[in-house]
Ligand binder design. Structure first.
Ligand code: SF4
Length: 339
């Protein structure tokens, strides 16, 4: 489903994604990097990923247009196979890849894929965050590496379907603006770890058929349904909202509201949730802190009771507000004459 449309239909439009300004700036930078048949991009790929190969002169840039994502994915697979057989450098601009995610085909569009003269394939990610003195913000590089790892897995599925299996490289090319200019700078990023983690996560995902089997008959997420029906449909799927959802999922505002209503502690952060053990709601936490429920030998319950006792002690010894205000006024008068 289109989660952004679903979020709007639920009355909690997503604020997830880049601003229009950032998108325009990113698109302009990408167009600059790929200008002249990708000459600069291929030069960077040669310099950073494959300096021992022949220089990328006269590289091929095949036309990948086709009808629909399935057609584009088939056209990309064909172009990859032809390029691997032909030798020389080839640039695939916005290829379309397909990846099986929990039993459903997801279509992915990397910024580019480069085919090297030895027939191997590399993913290219073009980002608009700056590379200062040769290095970029590690959290942004990490996010780009995780994204590229998914493309690498999708490329490996394409490679597995070919007779002569080409190598999918596990070092990707990250291209960013150099310092604060709009000139491109690039570095090779090793994504082996991210690839292994993503592959493991993909195999552990619950299959979509299994999730669907647990839903009430007739559950439908089509965004043209009424808000009430959609709220009921979304509520039928278990969700554990955490603050990280805000930067990763279009349904974050809806799930946050639902989590608030349920008093779930996960909305305050996963580390806190882990510390609280079996206490999953704010109500349970308060009851445990006030000695109304919970096993006193449970370390979380004992820590909560200690914290509640300290708080009560601190409040009992605090000055009443009026007295505190008077003290503050007196202190101000004391300090006022000082130059
Ligand atoms: S719990 Fe988080 S990831 Fe799951 S649907 Fe809600 S916002 Fe998205």
């Amino acid at each position: 489903m289109d989660k952004a449309r679903l979020a709007s239909a639920l009355g909690a439009p997503s604020a997830f994604g880049q601003s229009q300004f950032a998108l325009t700036r990113g698109n302009a930078f990408e167009a600059k990097v790929k200008a002249d048949g990708g000459a600069e991009l291929l030069r960077l790929a040669h310099a950073r990923l494959d300096p021992g190969a022949a220089p990328p002169e006269g590289a091929a840039v095949p036309d990948l247009s086709a009808h629909g994502p399935e057609g584009r994915a088939a056209r990309t697979a064909l172009a990859l196979r032809e390029a691997a057989r032909a030798g020389g450098w080839t640039l695939l601009d916005h290829p379309m890849l397909a990846l099986d995610v929990a039993g459903s085909l997801a279509f992915l569009e990397p910024d580019a894929v480069v085919v090297h003269p030895d027939g191997s394939w590399s993913v290219v990610e073009i980002k608009s965050f700056p590379m200062l003195d040769g290095s970029a913000d590690p959290s942004k590089v990490g996010a780009a590496a995780r994204q590229a790892a998914v493309y690498v897995l999708a490329l490996e599925e394409v490679a597995a379907r070919l007779d002569a299996v080409p190598v999918v490289r596990h070092r990707i090319l990250l291209v960013c603006p150099k310092d604060f200019s709009n000139l491109p700078a690039a570095s090779a990023v090793d994504i082996r770890k991210q690839r292994a983690v993503t592959a493991r996560q993909l195999t552990r995902l619950t299959r979509i058929e299994e999730i669907a089997r647990t839903l009430p008959e007739g559950t439908c997420f089509a965004p043209d349904r009424g808000a009430e029906e959609l709220t009921e449909a979304v509520a039928a799927v278990p969700a554990t909202y955490a603050p990280e959802c805000l930067s990763a999922c279009e349904l974050a505002f809806h799930c946050r509201e639902r989590s608030r209503e349920e008093g779930a502690v996960t909305r305050l952060g996963r580390p806190l949730r882990a510390e609280l053990g079996g206490l999953t709601t704010v109500e349970d936490v308060l009851a445990a802190a006030h000695g109304e429920q919970g096993d006193p030998d449970d370390p979380a319950v004992a820590a909560l009771r200690r914290a509640a006792a300290l708080r009560a002690e601190a409040l009992a010894s605090a000055e009443p507000p009026a007295r505190a205000e008077a003290l503050t006024d007196a202190a101000h008068r004391e300090v006022a004459p000082c130059p």
